[in-house]
Design a protein around this ligand. Structure first.
Ligand code: CMC
Length: 392
C-alpha cells in the first residue's frame, strides 16, 4: 500500500534537477545552458552546441578545435559491424537498424560499462557523437541497396553526413554549402529538449548503471514513435495523403472531429503553448532551401504551406494553442533535400544523441542518483486463493 501521486504522462512531476536546458512553453523560450536557441541556430554550429551541452560553457577557439579533432577521430565504424548491417532484411526501417547497431556498440566497447570512470564516460560520449552520422548514413545506404560510403574527416560534420548519404561510388559529389548549413541547423535545433520521453528513457535505463551504448539504444527506440521523433515521418506521410490543396478543409475537419482519431501531425506540443522557437528558425531554413532548390511545383510542399496557413487561421487550432512544431518544417526541408521519410527520425536520433549523453553524464555525476523506480496505483484483484486447474 502507500499513498502515491497519480500523474499519468508525467505532466507535473519533475524527475531530476538539471542545469542543461530550460524551456518556458508559455513564452515559447528554449535555452541551452542559458543561451537562446535562435541565437545558437543563427550564430553557432552543431559541434559547438555539442560542446556547450556536454561541458556547460561555449568553447574557446582552441577548445573547439580540440573537440572537433576528437570527434572526427572516431567517425569510423569497426569493419566487423558491416556484418551486423547485412543481417537485417534489405528493406528494414533505418530506425530498426539504428536501435540494433547502437546497442551492439556496447559489445565493441566493453570498457564503457565502467561508468564510474570519467575517462570511459568521456570516450563513450565522443564515440557516440562521432559514429551516429556514420550509422544513420549506413542504415540509409543499406535500405536502398547502395554500397556504404566511408566518413571523410576533412569536411564538416553536416557535409560529411550528406556525403555519406548521397555520394555514389565513381561519381563526384560536392556538398552544397547552403544545404550543409540547413542540415547543421536541423542537428542544432534537435540537439536537446530537457526531459522529453526519449531523454527520460535514457535516464531511466542508465539509472541502473547499464552500459551507455545500450541506454542510448533505448532512447532511439522511444524516439521512434509517431507522438515523438516519428512525427516528422508521420507528418510528411500525412501531407502526401492529403495530396492536393483542395483536400485540406476535409483533413482539418477530421482533425477537429472528436470521433475521428486523426490528428494533424506536426502540430501541437506538450510543453509549447506558443510558437515553438525551433519551428520559427526551421521555417526560415525551409524557405531558404526551397528557394535554393527552386522547388515550387512539389505538391507535398504546396500542401504543407497551405495547411500551415489554414490551421493558423482556424479557431480550433488557435484556441487550443496548436502551432506547427519543429517536425512540421524539418520534414519539408528533408523532403526537399531528397531524403526518404524513413530517414527523418534517424536524423532526429543522430541530432538528439548529444542531448541524451549530456543528460546521462549529468545524471551519473549526481550524488543523489537513485535507480528510477516509479510507483503505481494498484487497481487489480485483492488477495485470493489459488484454484487448481481442473476446478477452473
Ligand atoms: N491535431 C488535432 N488536435 C490536436 C492535436 C493535433 N495535432 N494535438 C492536440 N490536439 C488536441 C487534442 O485532441 C486535445 O483536445 P481536447 O482538449 O479537446 O481533448 C488538445 O488538443 C490537447 O492535446 P493533448 O493530446 O492532451 O496534448 P498532449 O500534450 O498530450 O500532446 C502531442 C502533445 C505533441 C502528443 C500532440 O499535440 C500530438 O499528438 N501532435 C501530433 C504529433 C506531433 O506532431 N508530435 C511531435 C511533437 S514535437 C517533437 C517531439 O517532441 O518529439
Amino acid at each position: 500500500a502507500g499513498v502515491f501521486t497519480y500523474d499519468p504522462g508525467f505532466t507535473s512531476t519533475a524527475s531530476c534537477d538539471s542545469t542543461i536546458t530550460f524551456i518556458d512553453g508559455g513564452k515559447g523560450e528554449l535555452l541551452h545552458r542559458g543561451y537562446p536557441i535562435d541565437q545558437l541556430a543563427e550564430k553557432s554550429h552543431f559541434l559547438e552546441v555539442c560542446y556547450l551541452l556536454l561541458y556547460g560553457e561555449l568553447p574557446s577557439a582552441a577548445q573547439l578545435e580540440d573537440f572537433e579533432d576528437r570527434v572526427t577521430n572516431h567517425t569510423m565504424l569497426h569493419e566487423q559491424m558491416h556484418f551486423l548491417f547485412r543481417g537485417y532484411r534489405r528493406d528494414a526501417h533505418p530506425m530498426a537498424i539504428m536501435v540494433g547497431v547502437v546497442g551492439a556498440l556496447s559489445a565493441f566497447y566493453h570498457d564503457s560499462t565502467d561508468i564510474n570512470d570519467p575517462w570511459q564516460r568521456e570516450v563513450a560520449s565522443i564515440r557516440l557523437i562521432a559514429k551516429m552520422p556514420t550509422i544513420a548514413a549506413m542504415a540509409y545506404k543499406y535500405s536502398i541497396g547502395q554500397p556504404f560510403v566511408y566518413p571523410r574527416n576533412d569536411i564538416d560534420y553536416a557535409s560529411n553526413f550528406l556525403r555519406m548519404c548521397f555520394a555514389v561510388p565513381a561519381e563526384d559529389y560536392e556538398v552544397n554549402p547552403i544545404l550543409s548549413r540547413a542540415m547543421d541547423r536541423i542537428f542544432t535545433l534537435h540537439a536537446d529538449h530537457e526531459q522529453n520521453a526519449s531523454t527520460s528513457t535514457v535516464r531511466l535505463a542508465s539509472s541502473s548503471g547499464a552500459n551507455p551504448f545500450a541506454c542510448i539504444a533505448a532512447g532511439i527506440a522511444c524516439l521512434w514513435g509517431p507522438a515523438h521523433g516519428g512525427a516528422n515521418q508521420a507528418c510528411l506521410e500525412m501531407l502526401r495523403e492529403i495530396g492536393s490543396v483542395d483536400k485540406i478543409p476535409e483533413y482539418i475537419a477530421r482533425a477537429k472531429d472528436k470521433n475521428d482519431e486523426f490528428r494533424l501531425m506536426g502540430f501541437g506540443h506538450r510543453v509549447y503553448k506558443n510558437f515553438d522557437p525551433r519551428a520559427k528558425v526551421m521555417k526560415q531554413s525551409a524557405d531558404e532551401v526551397l528557394d535554393l532548390l527552386g522547388i515550387e511545383d512539389n505538391p507535398t510542399l504546396q500542401v504543407a504551406k497551405e495547411l500551415e496557413k489554414a490551421a493558423l487561421e482556424d479557431d480550433y487550432f488557435v484556441d487550443k494553442k496548436l502551432f506547427p512544431n519543429v517536425d512540421f518544417y524539418s520534414g519539408i526541408i528533408l523532403e526537399a533535400m531528397g531524403f526518404p521519410t524513413s530517414m527523418f527520425t534517424p536524423i532526429f536520433a543522430l541530432s538528439r544523441t548529444v542531448g541524451w549523453i549530456s543528460q546521462w553524464k549529468e545524471m551519473i555525476a549526481d550524488p543523489q542518483l537513485k535507480i528510477g523506480r516509479p510507483r503505481q496505483l494498484y487497481q487489480g484483484a485483492t488477495l485470493r486463493d489459488y484454484v487448481d486447474i481442473e476446478k477452473r
